[in-house]
Structure formats: C-alpha cells, structure tokens
Design a protein around this ligand. Structure first.
Ligand code: NIG
Length: 428
C-alpha cells in the first residue's frame, strides 16, 4: 500500500543505540533500539525502531543495520590550527632540559618556528598536509571542523593561509564542513616588537577589513597571554572583527590567569578557549554572557600544565562547555578526538554524556552552527556508527579508533578498514 503522506527516507539506520545529543548539557539523549531516518541531507525522524515503518516511507531507502551499536551526531571540532608546515618535535628535547612553552617561544621556537616553516611552504603543500590531517579527524568521527589561520602574522600571509583554508573547504566539501576563523593576533613578529602599537593597528585597520572584504572567515580570534597579546590589544582586535561582522573568540587564561575570560564575557565572545587558569570572576563572566567554554585537554596534557580546565565548575555555573582537539604543531600534535573524550572524563571530571554533548551540540554552538551536532528533525544528517554499544564505552576504551562508518549530509564518506577500529561491546 503506498504511503504518500509519510515523509520519504533516503537512508535509515536501524537497531542503533542512538545518542541524539539534543537533550541538554548532561544528557546524551539516548534511545535504545532506535532508528534514524534521513531524507536527503537532513535528519527526518528519530525514534524507536519499532515505530519507524509507521513514521516514514521506507520505499527505496538504503538501510544500515547498526546491530545495537552506538550512533551519534558527527563530532564538531570547534578549535583547530590545521594549516601549517614544519614540525617541532625538537621541543621535547628542550622541555626535557627544563625549558617550558613560553621559554621556548622566547628564543624563537614555538609559534614563530611554525611561522617560518609555513612561509617557506607552497600553497599546494599546505593544502595537502591540512587535507591529510582533516581526513585523520574524519576517521575519528569529526564531520565539522573549525580551522584558524595564525601562522602568517602579516596581512598578506594571513590572507594566503585563509585562502588555503578556503581550498580545504572546497576539497572537503562532500566529507566535512570547514568553518574558517581569522586568528588575527597570535604572536607579535620579532621585527615588529619595537613598534607593536603600529602592528596591532595594522591588524585592526588592514588585516581584519581585508579578510572581511574577501569573506574568508566568519570569526576573529586572538591569543591573550603573557608573551602574546595584552587584554587591551586583544580587545581592540576583536572589536575590529565585530565591526566587520566577524564573531569574536578568544584564547583565554591558558598558561596564566590574565583576565581573558572576563574580557570574553565583556565582549560577548561566542567562545573562550583553553581556560586552564580561569578564576571565579572569569567563570561568572562567561556564564553571564552565554560564552561557550571550549576546553582543549589534549593541549593541557601535551604541555604538561598539570592543571586542567575546571570543567565541573564551569558546568555547575551554567557555562556551555565544548571540547575540541586543538590540532596544531606545538601544543596538540594529534588528531585523536577520541582521546579528547577520554581526557574529558579522566582529567576534567566530566561524565561520558557531558563529554559527548560537548564534542557535538556545544561545539556547534561555539561555531554558531546549530544545524550540526544533534540528531533531531531538520538537523544536518551527519552521523557516526561507533564500534561500541554505549556512550560510556567510547571514553573508557582509551586512545584507539572507534568510528566504523561516518555519514556526512546523508552520504557515507568513511568506512574503517577491517580491523582498523575497535568493534566490541567492551569485552574485546
Ligand atoms: O591553541 N595558544 C595559542 N595557540 C596554539 C598553539 C600554537 C603553537 O604552539 O603553535 C594553541 O595552543
């Protein structure tokens, strides 16, 4: 009997342990033995498997039997620096000799080392390397990725990096959504130290308007930290961005407590990122202004900071908490999104459900892209079928790949090679 009145499905995922991530910060929205129906590139229906046939027209739809496995929205990685050249593993030796991140930066290592290597690389090489990193994220279940510039430090070079990001967006169009951010103020080039006032003015009056005119980014970011930019400088850059309709974001209170979170609240930033050293006043400012706290525990571990961001206090204060990888050449040389979820639970004290929501729906919120990160009618049909049967098992079985299949906008875009990802219920 034809059922013309029912919405037509093009793809259904059946018999899944679905986590919709659409039920609030602490609730993964789990539905046991559930189905997700996709119509074209959107989620059409989510509910009990037994109710599927009465809810959608299944005629001609492709069907995937998840066999009780966990199905979630695609991960939303809301903070990365994917476009760079060179590598800095020598910093491990420096660190073993007792030099920390700021000390290495002071003698021309750190961000400036990457700036030099990036300047020497061709556009094609930058794109190819970024593409490889993005595909490693995809294999971890990431379907939306934010990508910052920030290793250019001059107007021309920052524009060039954002054009590479645009190339990445084109190359990945069917697999992953790329959200570009101008990291306008990342480090002061050594040759501009003597006249940093003029450098900051150039960022505000030349770089930001040029990026906005070419529509190369949707957000503007700054690194407020000792050895980087002062609060006042960061404020000027972010205000210039806002003036050009670039949403403000801020690297805040990462290495020291410098009042970054308070500034993020005052400027009503969409996100404040890092926050290992945020204080109570900073937390209150974020909560009051609805700023998303983007936590990056891989970097905390990588830098050996010994102090992780206070995720529990942020959540209890009502701050939306997102998790991201922060892939970059100096403080998170890893695309391991799964390990981020594990650290969130093991080091930040988040529950597995909070961690999953943070890496999906709240990541999307940090990017102002609510169509991602949730499995609800009308959202983009970005899904991951994981090789486990509960939300808890994902962070528990630490540091190994779990994504079996990734679907972007209703189409399968990644399948793990046999044996490459774990596929177990916890017993193997
Ligand atoms: O997010 N904090 C500033 N920027 C990066 C590090 C960049 C680098 O060391 O190359 C971060 O951790």
């Amino acid at each position: 009997v034809p059922t013309p009145h029912l919405p037509k499905a093009t793809l259904v995922i059946r018999h899944a342990h679905v986590a919709t991530c659409a039920a609030g910060a602490s609730d993964a929205g789990v539905l046991a033995d559930a189905a997700v129906a996709v119509s074209g590139h959107l989620v059409g229906w989510v509910g009990p498997d037994g109710a599927l046939a009465a809810a959608v027209d299944l005629e001609g739809a492709e069907s995937i039997d998840a066999g009780g496995r966990l199905v979630t929205p695609g991960l939303v990685d809301s903070h990365t620096h994917l476009v760079f050249a060179g590598e800095r593993s020598g910093e491990l030796v420096e660190r073993a000799r007792g030099r920390d991140y700021l000390a290495i930066a002071k003698v021309g290592g750190g961000i400036l080392a990457t700036v030099r290597a990036t300047a020497e690389a061709s556009d094609a090489a930058l794109l190819e390397a970024a593409l490889a990193r993005a595909r490693r994220l995809l294999a971890q279940g990431v379907t939306t990725v934010e990508v910052k510039s920030g290793y250019g430090l001059t107007v021309e070079r920052e524009l060039r990096l954002l054009r590479v990001v645009a190339g990445l967006e084109d190359a990945l169009r069917s697999e992953m959504t790329v959200v570009p951010t101008l990291l306008a103020a990342h480090a002061v080039p050594p040759e501009r130290h003597a006249d940093r006032e003029r450098y900051v003015r150039e960022l505000c009056e030349e770089l930001v308007p040029a990026v906005a005119a070419e529509e190369l980014a949707t957000s503007c970011d700054a690194f407020a930290e000792q050895g980087a930019f002062s609060l006042d400088e960061a404020r000027r850059v972010l205000e210039a961005g806002s003036h050009h309709r670039l949403a403000p974001r801020l690297h805040a209170d990462q290495l020291t407590c410098g009042g970054g979170a308070r500034l993020a609240g005052e400027l009503r930033c969409t996100s404040a990122d890092h926050l290992e050293h945020v204080d109570d006043a900073g937390i209150a400012a974020l909560a009051g202004a609805g700023v998303v706290a983007v936590l990056l525990p891989l970097s905390t571990l990588f830098l050996g900071l010994g102090r992780f961001a206070p995720a529990r206090r942020l959540l209890e204060a009502g701050v939306p908490v997102a998790l991201a990888t922060n892939v970059n050449p100096g403080t998170a040389m890893t695309e391991n999104a799964g390990l981020t979820l594990s650290l969130a639970c093991l080091a930040l004290g988040m529950t597995p459900a909070e961690a999953l929501v943070a890496f999906t729906a709240s990541g999307a919120r940090a990017l102002r892209r609510p169509e991602f990160g949730r499995l609800a009618r009308g959202c983009e049909a970005d899904l991951v079928v994981w090789g486990c049967r509960s939300v808890e098992h994902l962070p528990w079985h630490m540091g190994i790949p779990h994504a079996l299949q990734v679907i972007k906008r209703g189409r399968s875009v990644y399948r793990a090679a046999p044996g490459a990802a774990a596929d177990c219920g916890g017993e193997a």
